[in-house]
Design a protein around this ligand. Structure first.
Ligand code: AHR
Length: 513
């Protein structure tokens, strides 16, 4: 009798544990904080580097693809589909050696320079201010221009802004008109330098902050175009940089940047391959990627001290995985893009969505053929990477109202080390459709979820999934559709609850209506 009681108790305990382990409970609440996930979190970055601009957006006139001027239109169409909200240009490190006057006027008369940062190649300046802004207008995206603080003068930056946005007749605005653009371009996102702690001038935060104040003062607001001035911020975990900038610049800036790259090995000298990695390295890469949450949290806490009203945006204008370049001659910083990269993109975007109170802008590095690219090209061929598909899935969050999600993630365990296997973000759009993006980074196990949605009405659930057999899988020019979005059928409504099973190494976006 005693024995059978113990047996029953054991069975009850085991089945209770089995129940709790088998479904992760998510609490999604319709709170009334009215926080918005800014569409600018989904921004992109395009530098004069490798084959991003030249051979990417801007191609040889003889290349047999549809073009407007030399802008490649198949790329424009692909990027329009994912609604890229802003495009950062011309760098990067290139920005602090770029002199805008070299990139205007008749192309055959533009000076040539050496791109000292990126391969020492010859830069003919054929892609300059007008070409970039034409590209932005074709993409229906907002320009985000990084001005030169490292090697440029205050006057040079002031005149560039006047050239772009001035309406009164001056020598500079007349030049713009003569170059074919009578109306002001109305550029608002304005970077005051880039990585001023490194390639942008090797400055101290104190020296940079003083300089910011000078450059930003003369980068004027023109009628109807108040500038959103963005200060060059921290290198990853350099919290002192943020502290000093917040103390010395405070709310005299629209945003302060942060750069954080995911390195598979964590070592800048040997970063690791984009395609050839095992599960241990995958685990390590995801660990480095998920660190973004802690880094953003710590920078935000410093910003809160000086700016409790959260007027200054944290602008993560360089992020993504940085691997060793692909072997062969594909251009500087060219890397392939695997399912692992899609999981990185989706997890990072979930982190940004969940920090939307402070993170109001971000830019993946870089759009085409460089680092974590959305698009790869080989002459007239092009392919959409797994990362592109994540931005396609996640576009539903752009400018949607943020919904907080609470849960305790199961562990993803490799070699005795653990990471949270699941990350999630959610929002509700203007038509009251709810979107939940779920990432299961566990390479082996599915995760069952169950959720009551408090204060939200819905009747149906549909979904889309991005996954593949292996985390190393990639799209190639021979097989460009290996990894693509598919319909997800593993979610349903049970009573009032949402129930779903998220497969290993997958990104799922659910729509509840
Ligand atoms: O994105 C590549 C480079 O990384 C950028 O030019 C620079 O800002 C950063 O160090």
């Amino acid at each position: 009798m005693k024995k059978s009681f113990l047996l029953l108790a054991l069975i009850a305990l085991l089945s209770y544990q089995g129940y709790t382990q088998s479904a992760t409970k998510l609490t999604i609440t319709n709170d009334d904080s009215k926080l918005t996930i800014s569409r600018h979190i989904y921004g992109q970055f395009s530098e004069h580097l490798g084959r991003c601009i030249y051979g990417g957006f801007w191609v040889d006139p003889k290349l047999p693809v549809a073009k407007q001027d030399r802008i490649r239109l198949d790329i424009v169409e692909a990027l329009k589909k994912i609604k890229i909200p802003n495009l950062r240009w011309p760098g990067g490190c290139f920005a602090d050696e770029y002199h805008w006057r070299d990139g205007i006027g008749p192309r055959d008369q533009r000076p040539k320079m050496v791109n000292t940062n990126w391969g020492g190649v010859s830069e003919d300046n054929s892609f300059g201010t007008h070409e970039f802004l034409e590209l932005c207008s074709l993409l229906h995206t907002e320009p985000y221009i990084a001005g030169n603080v490292g090697s440029g003068t205050v006057e040079e930056m002031a005149k560039w802004v006047e050239y772009l946005n001035g309406s009164a007749s001056t020598t500079v605005t007349e030049m713009r008109k003569a170059n074919g653009h009578p109306e002001p371009f109305k550029v608002t996102f304005w970077g005051v330098g880039n990585e001023s702690w490194g390639c942008g001038g090797n400055m101290t935060p104190e020296f940079y902050s003083e300089n910011y104040r000078r450059y930003a003062t003369y980068a004027r607001d023109y009628p109807g175009t108040p500038l959103k001035r963005i200060a060059s911020g921290s290198n990853g975990k350099d919290y002192n940089w943020t502290e000093v900038c917040m103390k010395q610049i405070g709310t005299h800036m629209w945003g302060l940047t942060l750069h954080w790259y995911t390195l598979p090995t964590g070592n800048w000298n040997k970063k690791g391959s984009a395609t050839d990695f095992d599960e241990a390295q995958y685990f390590n890469t995801m660990k480095n990627c998920l660190e973004m949450d802690e880094i953003v949290t710590k920078h935000s806490a410093i910003m809160d001290k000086y700016d409790p009203a959260k007027k200054v945006a944290l602008v993560v204008d360089e992020w993504g995985i940085w691997t060793d370049p692909e072997p062969g001659d594909h251009g500087v910083l060219y890397q392939q893009n695997s399912l692992r990269d899609a999981l990185i993109a989706a997890s990072t975007l979930n982190i940004f969505n969940n920090h939307c109170e402070r993170v109001k802008m971000a830019n993946l590095a870089q759009t085409i053929n460089v680092l974590q690219a959305l698009i790869l090209t080989d002459k007239e061929k092009m392919l959409l990477t797994p990362t592109y598909h994540v931005f396609d899935l996640y576009k539903v969050h752009q400018d949607a109202r943020y919904l907080p999600v609470k849960f305790e993630s199961p562990d993803y365990e490799v070699g005795g080390n653990k990471l949270p296997a699941l990350n999630v973000s959610a929002s509700v759009d203007a038509s009251n459709a709810i979107h939940i993006s779920l990432v299961n980074i566990d390479n082996n196990k599915s995760i069952n979820i169950r959720s009551a949605l408090t204060g939200l009405n819905w009747k149906t659930v549909t979904g889309q999934i991005l996954t593949s057999a292996h985390i190393t899988d990639i799209n190639t020019f021979e097989n460009p559709g290996k990894i693509k979005i598919a319909t997800f059928t593993n979610a349903k409504k049970e009573g009032d609850e949402l129930v779903a099973s998220i497969p290993p190494h997958s990104v799922v976006v659910l729509e509840l209506k």
